[in-house]
Design a protein around this ligand. Structure first.
Ligand SMILES: Cc1cc2nc3c(=O)[nH]c(=O)nc-3n(C[C@H](O)[C@H](O)[C@H](O)COP(=O)(O)O)c2cc1C
Length: 191
């Protein structure tokens, strides 16, 4: 079994809601086992990361970057970085905003740079926006048009599950894609 961890921080449930859909998608792939982990818990036990083959990192956007709780988790991996203990593992990222743009890209970029510093292999969100094929915007996979990672958006103060169906559909496909990548890589002979 290839082990995938979806690591997230969520103060009001939106990021957690998307994380659940990602895990659901990842778990549908034969040979993959996906687990939800809270960033706050891993901040205390970062060595637990070495048991996984891949990670999907998720944070709400706070002032154009990851939340403080998520950054604390990232910083807690400093010792793992010194030993490059996560080198060669798979990494991907997702972020949730309340505004249509909301500076989501810079949040994904901080996750990307973090993953590169750890020597991990970044996986994107390779889905064409379905609204180009005539699917109604709210129902469209990758309606927000993000390839470097998964983006999702729910209005300010909305319930935690108030996402457009397209965003939750994208989350499941994204989970499937990362899990498929992890299982494909693990089938390769080690170099
Ligand atoms: C301190 C703070 C800063 C925020 N900054 C942004 C921002 O820069 N752009 C944005 O679109 N939303 C911003 N938001 C809104 C959150 O990203 C959004 O509500 C998100 O869904 C919260 O996720 P959660 O429910 O998982 O905690 C901010 C929220 C807080 C509390």
């Amino acid at each position: 079994m290839n082990k995938l961890a979806v690591i997230y921080h969520s103060a009001h449930g939106h990021t957690e809601h998307i994380a659940h859909h990602i895990v659901e998608g990842a778990s549908s792939i034969a040979g993959a086992n996906a687990t939800l982990l809270r960033a706050e818990d891993l901040t205390r036990t970062p060595d637990a990361l070495t048991a996984y083959d891949g990670f999907i990192l998720g944070s709400p956007i706070y002032l154009g970057g990851v939340s403080g709780a998520f950054k604390s988790f990232m910083d807690a991996t400093g010792r793992l970085w010194r030993h490059q203990a996560l080198k060669g593992k798979v990494a991907a990222g997702f972020t949730v905003s309340s505004l249509p743009a909301g500076d989501k890209q810079s949040t994904l970029m901080s996750m990307f740079v973090f993953s590169m510093q750890h020597g991990m292999l970044w996986v994107g969100n390779p889905f064409l926006p379905e609204q180009h094929q005539g699917v109604p915007y709210d129902d469209a996979v990758n309606r927000l048009g993000s390839w470097s990672g998964l983006m999702a958006q729910a209005g300010h103060g909305s319930p935690a599950d108030a996402f457009a169906p397209g965003d939750t559909k994208t989350a499941r496909l994204f989970g499937q894609h990362v899990a498929t990548t992890v299982t494909r890589l693990s089938a390769q002979p080690a170099s």
